[in-house]
Every structure is written in C-alpha cells, then in structure tokens.
Design a binder for this molecule. Sequence first.
Ligand SMILES: NC(=O)c1ccc[n+]([C@@H]2O[C@H](COP(=O)([O-])OP(=O)(O)OC[C@H]3O[C@@H](n4cnc5c(N)ncnc54)[C@H](OP(=O)(O)O)[C@@H]3O)[C@@H](O)[C@H]2O)c1
Length: 260
Amino acid sequence: MELRRVHPDSAVTTTADAAAALRHDAEPPADRPYTVLNFASTADGRITIGGRSGPIGNEADRELFHELRGQVDAVMAGAGTVGTERYGRLVRDEDRRERRRAAGLEPDPLAVVVSARLSLESDLPLLQDPDSRVVIVTESELELEGVRARVEYLRPGDAPAAAGELRDRAAMLALAPMMRLLRERHGVATVLCEGGSVLAGALLREHLVDELFLSLAPKLAAGTGPTIVGGPPLDPPAEMELLTAHEAGGHLFLRYRLQR
Ligand SMILES: NC(=O)c1ccc[n+]([C@@H]2O[C@H](COP(=O)([O-])OP(=O)(O)OC[C@H]3O[C@@H](n4cnc5c(N)ncnc54)[C@H](OP(=O)(O)O)[C@@H]3O)[C@@H](O)[C@H]2O)c1
C-alpha cells in the first residue's frame, strides 16, 4: 500500500518497504534481541477508543502493522493486550508467510506473552492455534490447561540475573534476564513489542527498547484511557531521534530510535 515519505526526504514508497527497513537496520545487541515498540495513538495520546485500538488507525496503519510482524523473529505483548485484542495466529496471510520463508525467517513469528500472574484465558485464539509457537513469560509455577498451541514457559528461575540487571521491581517481573533467554534459548534476534502500556513502560525502564514505530491518527478521543507508556515517570525521559516519517490519509507513521 502506498505511503508518502515526508522525512528525511520526500518520496512515494510502500508499507512493505517502510516495514522492511526494520529488519535491514536492526543491530541486535549481544545479550538481548533488538526490540521495537509499535503503537497507534490519537493526536491527544490515547491508545484506545472504546477500550480497543482498532478504531484509531486507518487501512495504511493496519497494513503497516501486519508488514512489521512480517519482519521479526518474535512478537511480544502483555497479558492485557492479548486478552483485550483477542490475539490469534500472528501471520494469517499465506503470502506473507511465504515472504518470511523467502527471507530466511520462520513462517510464523514466535509469540511472546508477558503475564506475571498467568492471567490468560486458555480459549484465546492464539493459544488454540496448533500452528502457533508461544512463549509465556511468567512468575507462576502453573501451566495453562487445554491449549493447542505449542506453549513453553520462561520463568525468573530459568535466568539468573547478570551483573547490573534488575531482579525484581515491586510486582513487576524483571525483563532483562527474560530477554536474554529469548536470545540464547530461542534464537530471537528481533522482537516487535505491540504493547500495552504496562509492558512498554517496563521495557523502557530497563532500557531494553531500541526503536518506536508510532502511528499518529488525526483524531482526538479525550477520556482517561492508557497512553503508550504506563507506570511511574521515566527519569530522565527517554530521548529519541526521528528516523523517518510517512503519511497516508492524514495519518502519520513515525519511526524513532531510542538514544542511549
Ligand atoms: N493502540 C495501540 O497501539 C495499543 C497497543 C497495545 C495495547 N493497546 C490497548 O491497551 C490496553 C492494554 O494495555 P495494558 O497496559 O493494560 O496491558 P499490557 O501491558 O498489554 O498488559 C499488562 C499485563 O501484562 C503483564 N505484564 C506486563 N509487563 C509486565 C512485567 N514487567 N512483569 C510482569 N507482568 C507484566 C501483567 O500481566 P498479569 O496481570 O497477568 O501479571 C500486566 O497486568 C488494551 O485496551 C489494548 O487495546 C493499544
């Protein structure tokens, strides 16, 4: 689908090309996957309308969302997001799976779900899909019953914290050791994190994010829903560099690199 690039230069391009830049540019650090956040927001910063993200984006946003999934080894999300958005198989389009194969990737990305309490419903379409591989990052010693996907569990006990890594953050699970295990044990070099705000905040506080893809919709929603980054203030705020900006139908597609 066509996009107009407006930064750093002007050009007509496509959602596929804009997404492909992610895999092209990714430089995974030695101890974790290259990690990219992807969010859609209204102009006043809301990431939900009526509790869901669907009404925010336009067709180009949806296309870019799926193209980005096509570029990475794993797609990660928090329990709140996979439950509310009723996650199913991550790449449903056979053409896209074929393009992944041709690029040397697994046809389906690994799904990584973070749920400290294992608060997931077994009837979630993702967990009922026999073709999906799912890693659940949890503190619970229990396992979900009645799932048909290939599910594995990553627990804090599997990953002794390395020097300088957080062990615990109140009720939050420390993610750095988990990200390291995703790299070492599952060979994940690139992760697309689709939110929500709790998970994004946790990743940012542990300095585990390399890029942000932000679709900005020309809409105002008001209300009190979540914004892209939840939790306590980031102190100091995370500085970002704008890499590219695209436009389609008045929606802006902004790609930022987090500065170290
Ligand atoms: N517009 C968009 O782009 C966009 C993107 C994503 C989500 N959303 C919307 O945002 C809402 C969900 O956001 P959310 O912030 O509530 O959900 P979330 O971040 O997806 O999920 C929160 C849950 O994830 C688990 N979790 C996340 N980080 C953790 C950590 N470091 N340690 C342990 N557990 C962790 C916990 O699960 P347990 O409680 O099971 O322990 C926590 O309760 C939905 O309405 C969704 O539609 C919008």
